[in-house]
Write a protein that binds this ligand. Structure first.
Ligand code: M6R
Length: 609
């Protein structure tokens, strides 16, 4: 996730771009840059670091002009660096391109362009766009961009300008957000509305596969075959603070709603062209290595640890490689048994958690290969691991982790499938079907988001209690742990997760009349046992919310309330199940008047022991 902004008008473009980027920094902040049309040339100023670094660079050497584009980056392809910062130019430096998204086929295009003599200066996927514009130049920017897009596969929001056709911006949207701002004698584009609010409240929301030609006098919108489109102007009535959260009351709710997009992005670029195999191009194990792993250690903390528990279940089931999941703060002090055939996987949203980093370092010191799953490309974990799978969730601002967890699960499913496929354990048809089901997840997540009002009412009822119990078996238990953590973290209600069959060994004593019990019931093979556990707590007076598959007509006879989630393959249930639990925690926290995004005593990134 990155932020892009563009301006054409009569104001000083540098000021407009910098103020817009300041409102988009929540989308990424590892580097920033702008391009401005100045004295007949496109001039670029960019630097690694937060926007403040760019501002001080421009304070020393300002750019002056009325047309420009800007970018604040959250690295996906290539570490945070001056070279990888946007905008990107072609060989002759007369184009400027800013991009949010992922170009899936960039490596093939880059190889071809290099053979044709193009010189690349960055490791980004974005730079290929600038070189393709040079290749396909028609004498006119808009027509050239249309030609270039025919070659490009993936997700993108783009803003493009060139000195060859000045006074124009071309903006494109495909699977990454983009809005156009309409002014008097000036027009804008941006990844999100807050960037525009200082200048206009009249916006055009670009839809999938739309392209706009923007000048100071007009904005024309087209589909990607160049057919003109009529678009309705949307009047923004939100105040600036609400707009920064995309109209949501809290970052956590916004991030919960971003999960369909984040899941799609995390799969993107990691499958074969026909979508039937996992390619994971970022894994660079030496030839034959994939066959050698005979044990996997997953090491992480908090929510990332909970993702690891689901990872264990899926890796063991798809590959039969034994997996241990360990809490990083324990692992680092316990002299783990590591051999040349052990693969260590560390999971960390921030990539800076001190305990996880220590576990990584210990493993590396012992000569073991470490694979990291992280959300932050330039983080310490990403830099020090041997191989890295980046979760393309985009920056997570709320302390309570939501979209990072979901995308960690996606990365773990892809890894499990990759291992199974490469070790010859999984048939081609099985992998293709599994991936097909994974591609459906964003749609299913959207369906569950539709139950938000029902979940809000339930959370309100539950929020008057000082305890809650989360039960599950198998992977339902792993998700119950995450549900309980989320609940206690932001609602401050004591919440415990239990393997449902374990209750009778002690915790059942805490179940009293009316206490909320959230029972997860998606493991078909253990369905009857889970129902018995529901009856067990019901007999002690608990108030049970069961979460089960749509079509389960029996569960309503045992539970007080039932939330149905759409059916998917059993292994993927955790991705869907966690969403109502995140919403339950969120609304309970709101009902209790807590500071949802910044819960007491906690920090987003725990960089000390
Ligand atoms: O950045 P990391 O994934 O390494 O962070 C690990 C935990 O601190 C984190 O998941 C924490 O448990 C969350 N705040 C839970 O919502």
């Amino acid at each position: 996730m990155c932020g892009i902004v563009g301006y054409v008008g009569s104001k000083n473009a540098q000021d407009v771009l910098l103020s817009g980027l300041a409102k988009l920094e929540y989308r990424g902040y590892d580097s920033a840059g702008i391009a401005i049309y100045e004295n007949g040339e496109v001039k670029i100023s960019k630097t690694v670091g937060r926007l403040a670094a760019l501002e001080s660079m421009l304070a020393d050497s300002p750019l002056s002009g009325k047309v420009g584009i800007g970018h604040t980056r959250w690295a996906t392809h290539g570490k945070p660096s001056d070279e990888n910062a946007h905008p990107h130019a072609g060989c002759a430096s007369d184009f400027a391109v800013v991009h949010n998204g992922i170009i899936e086929n960039y490596q093939q295009l880059k190889d071809r362009l290099m053979v044709a003599g193009h010189r690349f200066v960055s490791e980004t996927d974005t730079e290929i766009i600038a070189h393709l514009l040079e290749e396909h130049w028609t004498g006119e920017l808009f027509a050239t961009v249309l030609k270039v897009l025919k070659e490009v596969r993936g997700a993108y929001a783009l803003a493009i300008m060139t000195q060859r056709d000045p006074g124009k911006l071309v903006a494109v949207r495909k699977h990454s957000p983009l809005v156009i701002g309409l002014g008097q004698g000036e027009n804008f584009c941006a990844s999100d509305i807050p960037a525009l609010l200082g200048y206009t409240r009249d916006v055009l929301i670009m839809e999938e596969g739309e392209i706009a030609l923007i000048t100071d006098a007009a904005v024309e919108c087209f589909d990607l075959s160049g057919r003109p489109l009529e678009k309705k102007v949307f009047q923004v009535t939100w105040d600036a603070v609400a707009a920064e959260k995309g109209g949501f009351d809290h970052y956590m709710l916004k991030e919960i709603h971003e999960q369909p997009r984040a899941v799609r992005d995390t799969m993107s670029g990691r499958l074969s062209e026909d979508g039937k195999r996992v390619t994971l191009p970022e894994i660079k194990w030496p030839d034959g290595f994939v066959q050698t792993w005979d044990r996997i250690h997953i090491v992480a903390a908090g929510t990332s640890y909970h993702a690891g528990l689901v990872g264990k279940a899926v890796i063991e089931s798809l590959t039969r490689i034994p997996v241990d999941v360990e809490i990083a703060s324990e692992y680092r002090y316990r002299d783990p048994i590591l051999t040349a055939h052990t693969l260590v996987i560390v999971i960390s949203q921030s990539g800076e958690t001190a305990d996880t980093l220590a576990a990584l370092r210990i493993s590396k010191e012992r000569g073991v290969r470490v694979l990291a799953i992280t959300n932050v490309v330039g983080s310490s974990v990403a830099r020090e691991a041997d191989d890295v799978i980046v979760t393309w969730a985009g920056p997570e601002i709320s302390v309570a982790s939501t979209k990072a967890y979901t995308t960690q699960l996606i990365a773990l499913y892809l890894l499990a499938l990759y291992l199974g496929q490469e070790r010859g354990r999984l048939g081609a048809e099985f992998v293709a079907d599994f991936l097909e089901d994974m591609r459906e997840l964003p749609k299913r997540l959207e369906e569950i988001l539709g139950s938000s009002p029902w979940i809000e009412r339930t959370a309100k009822d539950f929020s008057v209690w000082e305890d809650a119990f989360f039960l599950g078996r198998g992977t339902d238990y792993a998700v119950a742990l995450e549900g309980a953590l989320k609940y206690k973290e932001i609602s401050y209600i004591h919440a415990e997760a239990y393997p449902a069959g374990e209750l009778k060994h002690g915790t059942l004593a805490l179940v009293v009349e009316g206490v909320p019990v959230i029972a997860l019931v998606t493991v078909d093979a253990l369905y009857e046992k889970s129902v018995s556990n529901i009856k067990e707590v019901k007999a002690r007076g608990a108030h049970v919310l069961a979460i089960s598959w749509a079509g389960d007509e029996e569960i309503g006879k045992s539970a007080d309330r039932v939330l149905y989630i759409p059916r998917t393959r059993a292994e993927l249930a955790p991705v869907l199940l966690v969403l109502p639990l995140q919403l339950l925690a969120y609304y309970a926290s709101v009902a209790r008047g807590n500071d949802v995004d910044k819960p007491r005593n906690l920090a987003k990134s725990v960089t000390v022991e």
